[in-house]
Ligand binder design. Sequence first.
Ligand code: ADP
Ligand code: ADP
Length: 227
Amino acid sequence: MIEFEDVTKRYPDGTVAVDNLSLRIPSGQITVFVGPSGCGKTTSLRMINRTIERTGGRISIDGEDINSKDAVTLRRGIGYVIQHAGLFPHKTVVDNVATVPKLLGWDKRKTRATAMELLERVGLDLKLAERYPAQLSGGQQQRVGVARALAADPAVMLMDEPFSAVDPIVRNQLQEELLRLQRDIGKTIVFVTHDIDEAIKLGDNVAVLRTGGKLAQFAPPAELLAN
Ligand code: ADP
Ligand code: ADP
């Protein structure tokens, strides 16, 4: 479980992006942060891997304060996928996925096999494994981004609008595949979107934020729809 207790982010210019946010993100489920542009979704997400440092309150993962270890160690246990996959342009697809395991010093052959397995899992045509990111479509790049984030077998996956930049048909496929993947791997996924339909489709729980970074609702989709 990831717990936010009275978490606040005030940027140096005085903008309060997240205001006293308290919620519990259950393990092994998909929790979606949804709300209008500027309501603090990305800030909330990035405080979990400390790519943004909160200015108030506490965040813990399985009871352990995220500040109890250094940020680099923390991030090893947290996969991160963003809107434009952010792949390394000079590495092939398979090498992109293998980057973190290599850094961790895993056996080379095993790393490659794991990378190929992950690419298959996210539904990438394995013929593309030796290509470079620029030779892939946006949807294919996002699949590689997901595979790369999974490579170190993190307990937690943070996903920030991962499917927003692809066309609606591919987005739909990626959503279906994420749900299928999640049934197999059961990670704790925190997913940010501005699209309420996507939130309802993917979320076991949905945190609705409103402008000013306050929590409006936190509930399973069926309960949100009832309100
Ligand atoms: P969302 O992801 O919901 O679009 P963000 O978390 O990106 O929202 O931003 C929340 C608020 O914080 C917005 O008002 C945004 O303009 C502001 N903000 C984001 N980053 C910074 C920053 N580095 N400095 C000042 N304000 C920021
Ligand atoms: P995206 O919408 O692609 O998530 P944004 O365009 O909102 O990204 O923000 C891009 C970068 O600018 C981020 O690093 C964010 O922290 C920063 N940023 C966003 N809003 C502000 C702001 N009001 N003042 C300063 N920096 C900001």
